[in-house]
Design a protein around this ligand. Structure first.
Ligand code: SAM
Ligand code: DTB
Ligand code: SF4
Length: 338
């Protein structure tokens, strides 16, 4: 059995990342196949519960208020609409709903109260609930956990050194601190990054080093290909090649052997064959549903046809237990929650 390590060096990861492509994929696939459920793929569906108008300056993001990207600003979505989207996602095969907000950080206000109610409501559909809301304090993470939050997504995006080139309105340490707060509240950690931002391969390797040397590996690591959006500073970045995605996924699989590695943004640009290579290299999760947060994604039907072709099956919700289900929710029916 492959050992789970937390002391990877930059050189060790670089050696893996730069190994001949087929050797790399073979090694990653071998490790992946030690997991008896290697043909199961975890499906998350995204919903943007608060879109646009974000004060941050993330150079890739269509939702930053300072760029002219044509994304309309919306106030927080009503719970009923979130529940309808969750049900649709569940019908489409998703076991997890991830609710995203274009916030720098969570504030202790009415909007956060509404998010708490959404978390409780989606829980009653027997789906894993995930949020990505920006920075969290320890007590906010605990409040989400008490509401039954299953996972929290908070990406490192790139290496520590490269971070200031991409975002100046917060620090890498801010990011790491939120991850600590999430961990402390016993919420499953989802943290990964983006390739194609203009980073070097050393930056990619360094980001994987930070993730794989955390005291506990994130339960999920999304690997996004930049979706270049007109109006953002990175609009003219060339698309990353699929082989770079494959290298990144395979390396993540090798250094974090038990982690769910998500083939995330960028799938609309990939053929089924290219995605199959990513699954072979150890990817075992996707975002499904025709929209990510603001940009397009393959439809549930197309993904189900791909799963059938490749012999993949969607992973059931709560396979690894359910630490944060609040007692009072256990007995509640959906009508009571709404
Ligand atoms: N505002 C919160 C935050 O930044 O943590 C949550 C939402 S934010 C949109 C979630 C993640 O989406 C970012 O950390 C980034 O990794 C990813 N993302 C945003 N725009 C993207 C793009 N154009 N291409 C690929 N990934 C993107
Ligand atoms: C993640 O790693 N990728 C998702 C999710 N976590 C929140 C977001 C991708 C966003 C792509 C651009 C958009 O649709 O706005
Ligand atoms: Fe705001 Fe998140 Fe987009 Fe950055 S990535 S601009 S914090 S929504």
């Amino acid at each position: 059995m492959t050992e789970v390590r937390h002391n990877w060096t930059q050189d060790e990861i670089a050696e893996i990342y730069h190994s001949p492509l087929l050797d790399l994929v073979y090694r990653a696939a071998t490790i992946h196949r030690e997991n008896k459920d290697y043909s199961e793929v975890q499906i998350s569906s995204l919903i943007s519960i608060k879109t646009g108008g974000c004060p941050e300056d993330c150079a890739y993001c269509p939702q930053a208020a300072r760029y002219n990207t044509g994304v309309d600003v919306h106030a927080i979505m009503p719970k009923e609409q979130v529940l309808a989207a969750a049900q649709k996602a569940k019908n489409g095969g998703a076991s997890r709903l991830c609710m995203g907000a274009a916030w720098r950080e969570v504030r202790d206000n009415r909007d956060f109260d509404k998010v708490i109610e959404m978390v409780q409501a989606v829980n009653s559909l027997d789906m894993e609930v995930c949020c990505t809301l920006g920075m969290l304090t320890e007590s906010q993470a605990q409040r989400l956990a008490d509401a039954g939050l299953y996972a929290y997504n908070h990406n490192l995006d790139t290496s520590e050194d490269d971070y200031k080139r991409i975002i100046t309105t917060r620090t890498y340490d801010d990011r790491l601190q939120t991850l600590e707060h999430v961990r402390k509240a016993k919420i499953s950690v989802c943290s990964g990054g983006i390739i194609g931002l203009g980073e070097t391969e050393a930056d990619r390797i360094s980001m994987l080093k930070t993730l794989s040397n955390l005291p506990k590996h994130p339960e999920s690591v999304p690997i996004n290909a930049l979706v270049p959006v007109k109006g953002t500073p990175l609009a003219d970045q060339p698309r990353v090649s699929v082989w770079e995605m494959v290298r990144m996924i395979a390396t993540a699989r090798i250094v974090m052997p038990k982690t769910v590695v998500r083939l995330s943004a960028g799938r609309t640009e990939m053929t089924t064959l290219e995605q199959a290579f990513c699954f072979m290299a150890g990817a075992n999760s996707i975002f499904a549903g025709e929209k990510l947060l603001t940009t397009p994604n393959p439809s549930f039907d197309d993904d189900m046809a791909m799963f059938e072709l490749l012999g993949l099956t969607p992973r059931k919700a709560f396979k690894n237990g359910r630490p944060n289900i609040p007692k009072e929710l256990k007995e509640m029916s959906i009508n009571e929650v709404i």
